[in-house]
Design a protein around this ligand. Sequence first.
Ligand SMILES: NC(=O)c1ccc[n+]([C@@H]2O[C@H](COP(=O)([O-])OP(=O)(O)OC[C@H]3O[C@@H](n4cnc5c(N)ncnc54)[C@H](OP(=O)(O)O)[C@@H]3O)[C@@H](O)[C@H]2O)c1
Length: 222
Amino acid sequence: METTKVALIFGAGPNIGRHVADALSEKGYKVALASRTNHGTDQYKRNQIHIPIDLTRPENVPGVFDQVKNEFGTFPSVVVYNGALRIPNDPEDPLSLSSFKIQDYNSSMSVNTTSVLLALQHAVAGFRTLPASATIKTFIFTGNVLNLVTVPGVLTFGITKSATAYAIRSLVDTKVYQKDGIRCVLLTSRLPCHLYRRRTETFPFPPFTEYIYLGQIHIAKH
Ligand SMILES: NC(=O)c1ccc[n+]([C@@H]2O[C@H](COP(=O)([O-])OP(=O)(O)OC[C@H]3O[C@@H](n4cnc5c(N)ncnc54)[C@H](OP(=O)(O)O)[C@@H]3O)[C@@H](O)[C@H]2O)c1
């Protein structure tokens, strides 16, 4: 008997989230799109539902998994975290009182880091309830280049995205969940060639066999 394929996307905005949702629907997944705003779901033709959530409140994350299970009858086997809060800082004086505000920092940490870790925690717990051989169990975090290079004006965004990138990279590198058939993926943008060369010369670059570039998402694998 074929298992129901279910995916959950946090931060199903108009760019990556929405398009990944549609790509997964094309592959026969029932897809839950969790974000503040409903950017359009096609419940009847495509088996998509919208779940409202404010990701500045990490304590709300576990309830989303329960809603998915209630709606689709199973926990998701693919979880994508694409929620992102980018509050710019002054590139000339990033830590000035007007540029760096603790409430902005805390909100960014919640959306870009804490809620991701909770989503990952509950994704892993849900994956473990799925049949061992039934499906690929994958958690994908849409990172960016900020854990590899510094960019003016995005201090808060860079700190909070980098913290999560570290978490995903450590799970990938230590292979802790591999025995459970669980795959964690850090999606990152391709580095410009000169930076790539510079970085490889200066510190050990992560083994990119387990990292997927944004331009090369092969949903077909699922
Ligand atoms: N697009 C690219 O080409 C690209 C390239 C490299 C890296 N990235 C990285 O990928 C990530 C996503 O990019 P994107 O272009 O797909 O952005 P996006 O379309 O703006 O999606 C971000 C999502 O985060 C959600 N979000 C923000 N704050 C939230 C909150 N408090 N509660 C709930 N949801 C919240 C937004 O929800 P609402 O819809 O409700 O506002 C939106 O759905 C970013 O980290 C970005 O750096 C993107």
